[in-house]
Design a protein around this ligand. Structure first.
Ligand code: GLP
Length: 233
């Protein structure tokens, strides 16, 4: 795993956006794996700015989102469908029919493969070490599936809802195996709250199902992108 530390999350996000923009510039048919949560928002802003500045078209790009709540209406403001439209898709020239979200009525892993596999997968990290919604206990060979959310995840994500009761108890998430099949993985972690989990990840040497992000040590091309707050005490 390569580690990159930036003074601010804005600079870190700009770096992540450059990785995506360069990829799309060199290959119009790039397949991206996308994440939600507060962490990647600035990266998406930067992608929007740079796509305008350098006239980069996303018309042939395909995207696969990591996860989505189950069950939630895609027009619900808390859904990840809504998040992606608001924060990225409506602001670049991507075709919505080329944007995919996991659901139970399709084989998502096969669908990803049929489009050539993910070139760059963006990830955040949960305070309990989850990636996507692969909660502690997720196995290394897990594929896209329905996952029961940890109580700690429900509590953490309640900040986006009116109350904890409103947070869905289940999600559909890419599995660990699905994520590891991506050609490149970029994990973003910003802010003091992520200090502990970032250092746990950086000190990891082997996969531990109680700490799902540890699977990343098995992948040959992972960049961990931190701001100073998440890295320095
Ligand atoms: C959420 C998402 C993850 C995300 C994580 C961190 O529950 N399912 O994909 O990476 O939690 O979120 P944040 O970026 O808001 O800290």
């Amino acid at each position: 795993m390569k580690l990159k530390i930036f003074d601010t999350k804005e600079l870190a996000s700009e770096y992540a956006a450059d990785l995506i923009i360069d990829k799309v510039k060199n290959n119009k048919n790039t397949v991206l794996g996308l994440a939600t949560g507060s962490t990647p928002i600035q990266t998406y802003k930067s992608i929007i700015e740079k796509s305008k500045l350098y006239d980069i078209s996303f018309a042939k790009v395909k995207t696969f989102n990591l996860d989505e709540y189950h069950v939630i209406d895609k027009y619900n403001e808390q859904s990840y469908h809504y998040f992606m439209k608001e924060n990225l898709f409506s602001k670049i020239d991507i075709k919505l029919e080329n944007t995919y979200f996991p659901s139970l009525d399709q084989n998502y892993d096969e669908l990803i493969e049929s489009k050539g596999g993910i070139d760059i997968q963006i990830l955040g990290i949960g305070l309990n070490g989850h990636i996507g919604f692969n909660e502690p206990g997720s196995s290394l060979d897990s594929k896209t599936r329905k996952e029961k959310l940890d109580q700690s995840t429900i509590t953490a994500n309640s900040r986006f809802f009116n109350s904890e009761n409103e947070v869905p108890k289940f999600a559909i998430t890419m599995g660990i195996d699905t994520i590891l099949k991506s050609k490149k993985i970029v994990l973003l972690a910003f802010g003091k709250a992520k200090y502990k989990v970032v250092h746990k990840l950086l000190n990891t040497t082997k996969f531990d199902s109680n700490f799902p992000a540890s699977a990343l040590v098995l992948h040959p091309d992972v960049e961990i992108i931190c701001d100073k707050e998440s890295y320095e005490k």
